[in-house]
Design a protein around this ligand. Structure first.
Ligand SMILES: Nc1nc2c(ncn2[C@@H]2O[C@@H]3COP(=O)(O)O[C@H]4[C@@H](O)[C@H](n5cnc6c(=O)[nH]c(N)nc65)O[C@@H]4COP(=O)(O)O[C@H]3[C@H]2O)c(=O)[nH]1
Length: 836
């Protein structure tokens, strides 16, 4: 029978089963526990076969390498590293296998599943089986990627810093907390002379800080220690003791967590400092020059803002530097903006200029005439950055110029514009206004000449003449509009330009106004004078469109007005024709002397018994076409043109030769009277000319009588006295022609060496009919007697006149009654029959 009680064997079996189950449960529990532990640690864990295949891995390792745990199991560790690392790792694991040793802190770079690099640090221990045989490896893996990268970055940084220090062009020093040198670079050695061996460990104060600057350097270091940056320029000292200008840039530098050192960069600025010093000195020199300059100087930038003004600028223009620096000065007048633009244009082109004459305003608004010169200054790229202008005050010069200009264009006596201004004004009107202006303009040119002004001058003297001219000028100014122009051309010649006329009758109205104004009684030096004026008028454009024609025509019209006595005349074509005739006559007169067309006629001078005492030489012109031309026609022309001088000389010589010849022929003491024109009388060699005629002819000077008019000797009385006296001393005698027609009185004749007075023909011809003329003749003869002067009556045409003159005591006569002017031959013949 089977009993329920197990057998021993059964029990033993059960126990063994139990033990087996217990052992299995223990194993499973241990495995579970290990799993929990491996999963809970942060580091990676692996177990791998001898060939490197992962057998056990935890999640941390799987995460590290980017795989799942399942993927990782069975993978070979060599798959995660490059071939070179794999070989070195193999050698290490082989050692562990062989020697049973372990590995700690091995660092490798693993490639993750995503291709990125993961730095790991691992340990490795052998796994032995129950027999003690090494069957694999196990170990802990740490991800050191972060620290590895930081370490690498630090290495790079350090390498960079080192490289920078070495290649930096500036001297660099690094100091520890106590300001001792930790590191210097090559440039530091070059600049200060200390090698790293000499410098490292030394206090910087003992190396490069000059004694005098030690306190300052300590203060700087203190600032640095407080974490501040320092940037300055100072002096440092080389090993050889030489002071060096340096710029210092220093900053605190962290040596470790607690300690602050100093990092300092020194740049050698000796050259720059020298250049700056030189520049400063040069600027100082220039400043002194500018400050001392007598002319105002202003410096502008390119937007015309003032950078600098010198004291002369302030003195002349009134603006102080503080009032204008950094601003634009408002000293260019509105009217002068154009000149300013010109200057700006030149300056913006970077050019210089000089002597632009213009004007500027002072602070108080006064105008200053200036001559501006300027030049630009440039930046290092040659671009203009400003300009310097000097202003020469030319007010004085301008004033002087204006005065000179005024004098040059004005008549000093009357203050009117002069001849030069007259022609300029005409030129401007005719050529300066442009064609359109000319086409629409109508104006008149008036030529004016005072009638008988010469007599005022001759009789009352030049001062009176000047007074008269001044008064006439004043009256002209008063009666004309300011838009009209008045000129004095010289002497008693005035011109007027009447502007913008509408009708010719306007001119007549103005001309009458002028004549009325001028002809009113004038008080000159106590004399009441009545002056009239002759006016010639030419009209633009009717009578001419150029200066020459308009002037000529107005002049002609004036002569015509004077001749006619009408007071004023407009230019006519007929006047022109007469002028042409006159010109032709003048041309032929020029040839008359060479062509032997001039002939001297002689008119006898007789005594009370009609005996010929002498003759007057009277010139005739035997014109080939016009016949015998009378002196009244051509003598004034000869006077005007100056031809009278050579002609007169010829007459004088001919008359002297003829007289000498007649004397010889008839053995009579004849004398000859020769007319001297005013123009001849003015000639400086008159005396020599007369002497020459006497010498050539051999005529005794006493036989020559020169006939002069009152007006010609009164032109310049002092000179006349000298000339007449010189000739009188030689024996030559003088006679006053046409006496009584001028203003003069006998009293003034006392001053001149005069022998004879010729009573003018006009008195003689009226002597019988006119009581006044009789009275004049009587007076002249009586006064002449008192002065011991001889009288000659001319123009005696009949016996009654002869008797009247004889009765009055005039012993010498001339006239048709005794003989007309005749040729030399005729005169020679009548002498034969005339008793001495
Ligand atoms: N009606 C009239 N006339 C008489 C009578 N007797 C003389 N005459 C004129 O009176 C003029 C006298 O000359 P004059 O007064 O010196 O005036 C001269 C003189 O001033 C100037 N003249 C003439 N020849 C010369 C000359 O050679 N040189 C210069 N500078 N002037 C001269 O020309 C003037 C005119 O000369 P003529 O025509 O020759 O005129 C002459 C003469 O012909 C008379 O009874 N009745």
């Amino acid at each position: 029978m089977k009993t329920n009680i197990p057998t021993y064997d059964e029990l033993a079996q059960k126990v063994r089963d139990l033990e087996r189950r217990l052992a299995r449960t223990k194993k499973e529990m241990a495995s579970e526990k290990r799993h929990v532990i491996l999963e809970s640690i942060g580091e990676g864990y692996y177990e791998m076969s001898l060939k490197g295949h992962f057998k056990v891995v935890n999640s941390a390792l799987a995460r590290m390498l980017g795989f799942s745990k399942a993927q990782l199991l069975g993978m070979n560790s060599a798959e995660f590293v490059d071939a070179r690392t794999a070989r070195s790792a193999f050698r290490l694991f082989h050692q562990i296998y062989k020697k049973g040793s372990s590995l700690k802190g091995a660092q490798w770079a693993f490639t993750r599943k995503d291709g990125s690099t993961c730095f790991i640090e691992t340990s490795a221990y052998p796994i032995s089986d129950e027999q003690g045989e090494t069957v694999g490896f196990r170990g802990i893996v740490q991800d050191i990627s972060v620290s590895k990268r930081t370490e690498m970055a630090l290495k790079v940084q350090t390498a960079y810093a080192e490289a920078f220090i070495n290649i930096a062009p500036e001297a660099i020093v690094i100091l520890d907390t106590e300001d001792r040198v930790i590191r210097i670079n090559h440039e530091f050695t070059k600049l200060f002379g200390y090698t790293p061996e000499e410098a490292v460990g030394e206090h910087l104060n003992n190396l490069i800080i000059p004694d005098a600057l030690k306190d300052k350097a300590n203060a700087l270091n203190h600032r640095l220690k407080c974490g501040k940056r320092v940037e300055t320029e100072t002096l440092r000292q080389s090993k050889g003791g030489q002071l060096i200008d340096v710029s210092v840039l220093a900053a605190p530098v962290r040596l470790d967590d607690e300690r602050l050192g100093i990092y300092a960069i020194y740049r050698d600025i000796t050259k720059r400092k020298k250049a700056e010093k030189a520049l400063k000195e040069s600027e100082e020199r220039h400043r002194i020059v500018l400050e001392a300059a007598p002319d105002p100087i202003v410096v502008f930038d390119m937007v015309r803002q003032v950078i600098y003004v010198n004291p002369a600028f302030t003195r002349v223009f009134g603006w102080t530097p503080s009032e204008c620096i950094g601003r634009k000065i408002d000293f260019v007048a509105e009217e002068d903006q154009k000149a300013l633009q010109d200057i700006c244009h030149i300056v913006s082109g970077g050019e210089s200029f000089s002597g632009i004459e213009t004007w500027r305003l002072t602070k108080s608004g006064t105008r200053v005439d200036v001559s501006i010169s300027g030049a630009c200054f440039f930046d290092s790229n040659s671009a203009p950055i400003g300009c310097i202008l000097t202003f020469q005050d030319i007010s004085e010069r301008k004033k002087a110029q204006e005065e000179i200009c005024f004098i040059a264009y004005h008549d000093t006596l009357t203050g009117l514009k002069n001849r030069k201004a007259f022609y300029m004004c005409l030129e401007k009107k005719l050529n300066g206004g442009g064609r359109r202006a000319r086409d629409h303009d109508r104006w008149a040119l008036l030529f004016m000449d005072l009638d008988r002004f010469k007599y005022v001058n001759d009789s009352l003297g030049h001062d009176a003449g000047d007074e008269l001219l001044k008064e006439v000028a004043r009256r002209l100014r008063e009666c004309l509009r300011t838009s009209d122009h008045i000129f004095r051309l010289g002497g008693d010649e005035f011109t007027v330009i009447l502007e913008s006329l509408h009708r010719d009758t306007d001119v007549t109205r103005v001309v009458r106004k002028i004549r009325n104004a001028v002809s009113g009684p004038l008080d000159v030096k106590g004399h009441k004078l009545y002056v009239s004026v002759s006016i010639g008028i030419s009209l633009f454009p009717a009578d001419g469109t150029d200066v020459e024609v308009l002037v000529k025509n107005a002049d002609m019209a004036m002569y015509s007005a004077k001749e006619s006595g009408e007071g004023y005349r407009f230019f006519t074509e007929e006047m022109n024709l007469r002028a042409v005739e006159r010109m032709e006559l003048e041309n032929s007169l020029r040839n008359a002397v060479q062509n032997d067309e001039l002939v001297v006629y002689y008119q006898p001078l007789v005594d009370s018994r009609s005996r010929i005492l002498g003759m007057e030489a009277l010139l005739r012109w035997q014109h080939p076409a016009l016949g015998l031309v009378k002196p009244s026609v051509f003598i004034p022309l000869a006077e005007e043109t100056g031809l009278i001088v050579p002609i007169g000389e010829w007459v004088l010589q001919t008359a002297c030769l003829h007289t000498k010849k007649l004397q010889a022929l008839h053995h009579r003491s004849l004398h000859v009277a020769v007319n001297l024109s005013a123009r001849q009388f003015r000639e400086p060699d008159l005396v020599a000319c007369v002497e020459k005629a006497l010498r050539i002819s051999g005529l005794a000077p006493e036989c020559l009588k020169l006939e002069v008019t009152e007006s010609s000797i009164m032109e310049n009385p002092e000179e006349a006295i000298v000339k007449m006296t010189a000739l009188q001393e030689k024996g030559v005698r003088f006679s006053i022609d046409d006496f009584g027609t001028g203003y003069s009185s006998l009293s003034y004749l006392r001053r001149f060496p005069i022998d004879t007075l010729k009573i003018d023909r006009s008195f003689v011809s009226e002597s019988l009919a006119n009581q006044d003329d009789q009275e004049i003749i009587r007076t002249i003869i009586m006064m002449a007697k008192n002065l011991n002067i001889e009288t000659i009556a001319e123009g005696v045409e009949n016996r009654a006149q002869q008797e009247f003159l004889n009765c009055q005591g005039c012993r010498i006569m001339q006239g048709y009654y005794f003989g007309r002017p005749m040729t030399y031959d005729d005169f020679r013949d009548i002498l034969k029959y005339n008793l001495e």
